[in-house]
Design a protein around this ligand. Structure first.
Ligand code: DHB
Length: 388
């Protein structure tokens, strides 16, 4: 009798010990797909660093589960992004997919998110239509029309009437061109020419020559993060600034990651965007200091903040759902409202897109370093592309 009691007590003990380990090993998996090599590697580097900082600051358990961050390099090839996403969903059984450094990479993956009912947090790509590609997309980066329209409202009141646009020839560039042109025209300004350059390895020289001949008041540019330095260099080499042509654009061209290396040609350039590393708030100062400390002095750019806020949205949804997945996790992401290093932001529950302030900024030297200094704020901007 006593022996039997002892044995069954042992069994219960063993069983609960087993269950205990099983619970401790239960994981909340985040599949982070980024361009870590190739021409858009800076986007991957910034977002991975931000995700790791978020985990370091907020702990590696959430909703009672251990967080596993699985980082994969898609080399910025859409077929690779899609294949990796499929493997992460089927083999690793991730709770959420995240990252997406370029529009074509996000669009290639959207059907996987839909079929598997896996929330997909877009931290970088910014074409308006991405949130409509799957009901499982949630975006924490930005939408190009938000920035484009804000700048088109500013320029005609600031001595700029005649503009040439020059954009990368794919989703975000076409959004940047279309929404800027429409709004500037509505405001009484004029886009005299629209130029599009290839997204990969662009040679700006022939386009800039054309701009010189057209002599607009300003050249408005969108190029993806990382490509702004080459554009600036060629703009200066052709003496465009000396010819009195102002350079303006969305903040992608004065990306904080490379701004400081652009030199004097960048000084004074006016852009519109949702994030500057010099955004004046206690939260942002803390974020920038912690990011620089953890990454050998690297300055966070708008990609980093998209990654950091994406992790916030994922963590809070994981807390609400106790480490859930699928529709429950998705629903807990919708409507989140919080203070980001960029300022106030929320995830619109209807569109699953980010609503945030857009700032008009001017590049200035602060303590010997070039920064995008915000001087005007348009609050709570929804993507104007969603009304079409
Ligand atoms: C996209 C990529 C960028 O690097 C950027 O600055 C904006 C948009 C994109 O592909 O969507």
């Amino acid at each position: 009798m006593q022996k039997r009691y002892f044995l069954s007590a042992l069994m219960v003990g063993l069983l609960s010990a087993y269950a205990g380990t099983a619970a401790a090993q239960e994981k909340f998996k985040i599949g982070l797909i980024l361009p870590m090599t190739g021409p858009f590697a800076s986007t991957g580097k910034q977002i991975e660093a931000a995700a790791r900082l978020y985990i370091a600051q907020n702990g590696d358990t959430v909703g009672g589960k251990k967080v596993e961050l699985i980082v994969k390099d898609d080399t910025s090839a859409p077929d690779v992004t899609k294949r990796i996403a499929q493997e992460l969903v089927v083999n690793d059984k991730v709770n959420v997919l995240a990252g997406f450094g370029l529009t074509p990479l996000a669009l290639a993956t959207a059907p996987i998110a839909t079929q598997s009912k896996t929330p997909m947090v877009v931290m970088a790509a910014a074409t308006s239509s991405i949130t409509q590609a799957s009901p499982y997309v949630v975006r924490t980066s930005f939408a190009l029309p938000q920035a484009a329209v804000a700048l088109a409202d500013w320029v005609p009141n600031n001595g700029i009437k005649k503009v040439v646009t020059l954009v990368s020839d794919y989703g975000p560039g076409i959004d940047a061109e279309k929404f800027f042109k429409e709004r500037l025209t509505f405001n009484g300004g004029q886009v005299v020419e629209t130029l599009r350059v290839p997204m990969r390895n662009p040679d700006f020289a022939p386009f800039l020559q054309k701009v010189r001949d057209l002599k607009p008041d300003a050249l408005y540019v969108f190029v993806p993060s990382g490509a702004g330095a080459a554009l600036m260099k060629q703009f200066a080499e052709r003496g465009m600034d000396k010819a009195g042509i102002k350079l303006i654009g969305t903040g992608d061209i004065t990306d904080d990651d490379i701004l400081n290396s652009m030199g004097d040609v960048a000084n004074g350039v006016v852009t519109s965007h949702h994030y500057s590393a010099s955004h004046n708030s206690p939260l942002n100062k803390k974020f920038v200091a912690a990011f620089e400390k953890a990454n050998a002095g690297m300055r966070p750019n708008f990609m980093a903040v998209g990654g950091y806020d994406g992790m916030r949205v994922i963590y809070e949804a994981a807390k609400t759902t106790k480490g859930g997945s699928g529709d429950a996790l998705l629903n807990a992401m919708k409507g989140q409202l919080f203070e980001s290093p960029r300022g106030p932001m929320f995830i619109d529950a209807q569109t699953r897109d980010v609503v945030h302030n857009i700032y008009i900024r001017k590049v200035e030297k602060v303590g010997g370093q070039l920064y995008n200094q915000e001087f005007s704020t348009i609050p709570d901007v929804k993507d104007p592309g969603k009304n079409k």
